[in-house]
Design a binder for this molecule. Structure first.
Ligand code: NAP
Length: 365
């Protein structure tokens, strides 16, 4: 590892602290060395609308930044957004060199920040640990590039790949520690999404308990509009947002949900089937950066068939349910051959008590 990579790795570590609190902004970290190459300060973008990483790091370094180096995981911004341009702070600090992991494709930056620094005579290097920086901000980059949020599919299954027993009993497949991890994740995403079948079977609340930094919208996909009027989601729709996507022709069936405070969105459909991409387009218009889809199998199958699962969090519990008709996690049409299945860009495996959590990212960033 070179010196540049060492400090950029630290900046990436700092940046990761902002995931879940900064969206729809990118997570960014920064480290400042003095002119002698000695650590002088560090910082990270901590919350949406708050100061950017460079500003924190340069403030921490103070006068010792003069003639030094700024490591930053994303190109410094050059526009007035929620905060003044970071390029102003970089120029004022007197650093002699800026090392950025990657340029920022945000239209109002897009190389402009780096150009301002170069034109001011600062040495600028770009691309140190770029793959790691892109992976860290994969959701930000996807929303910018496609207008759609990053989709995390989550399920808990037995060793034999079952979500529930043949009678539908599914409480609980995974252990308490895993369920706590799911609540933690809910508090870091913009929406928790389920299909009608899961609302009918489980009457879920879909909130993060305890609450996290974000309050996710609770989203139900229900082409038919046939949802029970009385359930936990309608009872709490005025406490935290509930959005239902349904076929436009069936939106009227959900008047009780609308009266309870839920937002009912009608979309074009074919035989009540909605395009998962159209749903994601609408979520992206709300600037939702990461959404968590918790099932069931039909909804996950419809997303999988549309190639819309970016990442999977799979909890595997040491249980065997058996049963030819006991449900598996992902329905839909599925792929025809092994070769058609998408290879993961990365996979991380973790033991959680006697369960295992496998996290695979399918969309390369
Ligand atoms: N172990 C776990 O991690 C886990 C997690 C979640 C759920 N579950 C279990 O899974 C079971 C429910 O799964 P499920 O497969 O029956 O139901 P589901 O996927 O929750 O819901 C299926 C329904 O969602 C709607 N839907 C899904 N995709 C759609 C699309 N593209 N367009 C329009 N509507 C769409 C349809 O509603 P309409 O019919 O109204 O059109 C469809 O019938 C429950 O037993 C639940 O307990 C287990």
């Amino acid at each position: 590892m070179t010196g540049d990579e060492f400090w950029m790795a630290r900046a990436l570590e700092l940046a990761a602290r902002g995931v879940g609190t900064v969206e729809p902004n990118p997570a960014v970290g920064a480290v400042v060395l003095n002119a002698a190459g000695v650590f002088a300060g560090e910082g990270w973008h901590q919350r949406y609308g708050g100061p950017h990483a460079e500003v924190f790091a340069l403030a921490a370094a103070g006068a010792s930044a003069r003639g030094g180096t700024l490591y930053v995981t994303l190109e410094p911004c050059c526009h007035h957004g929620q905060t003044p341009p970071c390029t102003d702070a970089v120029l004022a600090s007197g650093v002699a060199r800026v090392v950025a992991a990657m340029a920022d494709p945000f239209p109002r930056v897009n190389g402009g920040g780096l150009a301002i620094l170069r034109n001011a005579g600062i040495a600028v290097d770009v691309g140190v640990l770029e793959p790691q920086a892109r992976a860290l901000n994969a959701a930000y980059l996807k929303l910018l590039g496609t207008g759609r949020p990053w989709v995390i599919a989550k399920w808990a299954m037995t060793l034999d790949g079952k979500l529930a027993t043949r009678t539908g009993d599914s409480k609980w497949v995974s252990n308490a520690e895993c369920r706590a991890r799911v609540h933690e994740l809910r508090g870091l995403v913009d929406a928790v999404v389920v299909g009608r079948g899961t609302v009918v079977a489980d009457d879920p609340l879909l909130t993060a308990r305890p609450p996290g930094p974000r309050t996710p919208a609770r989203v139900v996909i229900c082409g038919s509009g046939d949802l029970p009027a009385a359930c936990q989601l309608t009872a709490t729709a005025r406490d935290s947002p509930v959005v239902v996507y349904t076929a436009a022709a069936n939106a009227g069936k959900l008047s009780a949900w609308a009266d309870a405070g839920a937002e009912v969105v009608g979309l074009p459909s074919s035989d009540n089937a909605l395009s998962p991409l159209a749903v994601l387009d609408d979520l992206g218009r709300r600037r939702f950066t990461r959404v968590l889809v918790e099932g069931g199998a039909k909804l996950l199958g419809s997303l999988h068939d549309a190639g819309a699962i970016d990442e999977a969090w799979v909890f595997v519990a040491p249980k065997l349910f058996g049963g030819a008709h006991a449900p598996g996690p992902v329905g839909g049409r599925g792929v025809g051959t092994v070769a058609e299945s998408r290879p993961p860009a990365s996979t991380h495996v973790e033991q959680v008590g006697d369960n295992v959590l496998v996290r695979s990212v399918f969309t390369a960033s």
